[in-house]
Design a protein. Structure first.
Length: 238
């Protein structure tokens, strides 16, 4: 399985990161860690050490200007009161080819896996479109930063993929799901993403629906509230 993990996360071939958790958490409840850049290529053997719980590793998705995977990082402002259900529901409703994985701090990494090496700009374009519609995350990879691999210490991991029903998956289940959801970006661009809005707020775009239905603690709140006001004003004039 470590060979599959290595192939699935093919990326930067000049360095990887080694992560050490220090046992502390920040004010949001996010686990703190120290990061060391190792200027060597990632190997299947290092992936094996990660799975066996001997070494936490991560990698940048981009290899110069191409990549084979990407990630939307859901990093809550408060980890203790956070639930992943809404994000999983959005993936299922919109039939997005993303694989949600619980991060080391309990947030989510929404991974996109590609069948072939693809231009980074093209990948980021579609990920930012999805992010603006459904997730409103502050960080989308590739962004010249590394992402930690899932399934550290796989037999007792806290970093696991979540299936459509909300059930956690084994490492094998994750690898199977990742293969099933792999896409060719060229082919995917020809298909439309269907979104079924909440009945009560069907006249609003998904990003505004999210603002209305959930407490908003992120940036750009005033911009979204202004958009709601514009929509309400237009409704009153019709």
């Amino acid at each position: 399985m470590y060979q599959q993990l290595f192939e699935l996360f093919a990326g930067n071939d000049t360095s990887y990161i080694q992560v050490t958790l220090n046992g502390d958490k920040d004010e949001r409840g996010k686990r703190k860690a120290n990061y060391l850049t190792i200027h060597k290529s990632l190997t299947p053997e290092l992936c094996k050490e990660h799975i066996e719980g001997k070494r936490i590793i991560g990698l940048k998705p981009e290899k110069e200007d191409i990549c084979k995977w990407a990630c939307i990082d859901i990093d809550p402002t408060n980890y203790e009161n956070y639930s992943s259900k809404k994000y999983i529901d959005n993936i299922v409703k919109a039939k997005l080819p993303l694989v949600p994985v619980v991060s080391k701090s309990g947030g989510l990494h929404l991974f996109l896996f590609l069948k072939e090496w693809t231009n980074v700009k093209d990948v980021l374009k579609i990920l930012h479109e999805w992010n603006d519609l459904y997730f409103l995350s502050k960080e989308v990879f590739p962004c010249n930063k590394a992402v930690g691999f899932p399934y550290f210490n796989a037999e007792q991991t806290t970093e696991y993929a979540i299936g459509n029903t909300g059930v956690g998956l084994t490492l094998k289940g994750f690898l199977d799901l990742a293969e099933q959801r792999k896409i060719s970006l060229t082919d995917y661009k020809t298909s439309k993403i269907a979104y079924e809005p909440e009945d009560q707020w069907s006249q609003y775009p998904p990003c505004v629906q999210k603002l209305i239905q959930e407490r908003w603690a992120g940036d750009f709140r005033n911009n979204y509230l202004f958009n709601v006001l514009v929509l309400e004003t237009k409704k009153m004039k019709t």
